[in-house]
Design a protein around this ligand. Structure first.
Ligand SMILES: [Mg+2]
Length: 350
């Protein structure tokens, strides 16, 4: 995969979740929130999301919603959030379609034609940058751009992309998420569609979406954030995107990541903070301290015995997880922890 822009690889290796005496909603001026698994799931608001976001917003924090989904326009996303009880302006929504449209606009002449393999969100974003969406390889496009097109995307669209790419037209993708959750199961995402074109052409696209820098740059340009907190549920998109962008992150456990995945996370997937849900934005975060018997957080002490992570004590489940993270990440250094944390996680119900 071609990686666009620079990576934030010179950050120190994080070996434990950070503490914060102040509420995160006061320490950071802008929350860059992922949607699925953070704000809603299956179209419905996640528990505590509506109230937590309202409290953070009324306290002065700017809320922006950052999605890799290039199909839906900011208007549509904002309408959905507002319906859920989260009043949102379209300008508060940043999509991978917008990020890729900017990337394309920087590499083609003003007003150029762009062959679209995708949906309305992509067309709207291209027009916003003064580019002209076209449908055929015979329309003399200056670029091909591919974004999630939904179930209605016709197979012939891939053929148009291949014809143009074979002539040397540069190829861009909004994002490369292989799957997309639907109410009926896991469906192929834009990354799977990109693979179709890649296999047929042997070419490589430039990619904009999380975790790559063009998406983070788009969110900073559009929000004007000076001290941003990325809030997400996925380690390899949200948290890695924050790492690459050099900003702090909060992982919430309302989506796809479980405790075992968090303990095994390599440095670029380790969040600054971890909490159960969006209520974590509203308070401080407890310190994890290293003591004689291991790492201590709240009433819990975590340590290594043999090949296992051991958890002793009692208290708030999230504190136990934070202590386990400190042991696992410290043991792993700049790699992945292979120690078994299963028993400790089971005690925490995580
Ligand atoms: Mg998500």
């Amino acid at each position: 995969m071609s990686q666009t822009g620079s990576q934030g690889g010179n950050q120190p290796v994080r070996t434990r979740p950070a503490g914060s005496a102040r509420a995160l909603s006061e320490s950071y001026d802008t929350a860059l929130l992922d949607l699925d698994g953070v704000v809603y799931a299956g179209g419905k608001a996640i528990a505590h999301a509506v109230d937590s976001l309202e409290t953070a917003r009324s306290g002065g924090m700017r809320l922006a919603y950052v999605t890799n989904n290039a199909l839906r326009t900011p208007d549509t996303v904002a309408g959905h959030l507002t319906e859920l009880g989260i009043p949102t302006d379209p300008s508060d929504v940043i999509t991978s379609a917008q990020a890729v449209a900017r990337l394309v606009s920087e590499q083609v002449p003003a007003g150029a034609r762009v062959l679209v393999v995708g949906g309305e969100g992509l067309r709207v974003a291209l027009r916003e940058r003064g580019l002209e969406p076209v449908e055929s390889a015979d329309d003399d496009p200056a670029a091909v751009v591919q974004g999630y097109g939904g179930p209605e995307l016709a197979w012939g669209r891939f053929a148009e992309a291949c014809y143009a790419i074979a002539r040397g037209v540069p190829w861009f993708a909004s994002n490369t998420d292989l799957t997309i959750p639907s109410g009926r199961g896991i469906a192929p995402g834009n990354g799977a569609a990109v693979e179709v074109v890649r296999i047929a052409t042997g070419a490589e696209p430039q990619v904009a979406g999380k975790p790559l820098p063009p998406m983070h740059r788009e969110t900073i340009l559009r929000t004007g954030a000076e001290r941003a907190l990325v809030v997400g549920d996925r380690l390899d998109t949200d948290i890695e995107g924050a790492f690459n962008g050099g900003v702090d992150s909060l992982l919430v456990l309302t989506g796809v990541t479980d405790g075992a995945q968090l303990l095994a996370a390599p440095p670029e997937h380790r969040p600054t903070y971890v909490d159960a849900d969006l209520r974590g934005m509203l308070g401080g975060q407890p310190e994890v301290v290293s003591g004689e018997g291991g790492f201590v957080c709240g009433g819990w002490t975590a340590s290594v015995k043999g090949e296992a992570l051991v958890l002793e004590g009692e208290g708030v489940a999230l504190d136990g997880l934070r202590a386990l993270c400190a042991v696992a990440w410290t043991a792993a250094g700049d790699g992945r922890c292979g120690l078994d944390g299963g028993k400790g996680l089971a005690r925490l119900g995580l």
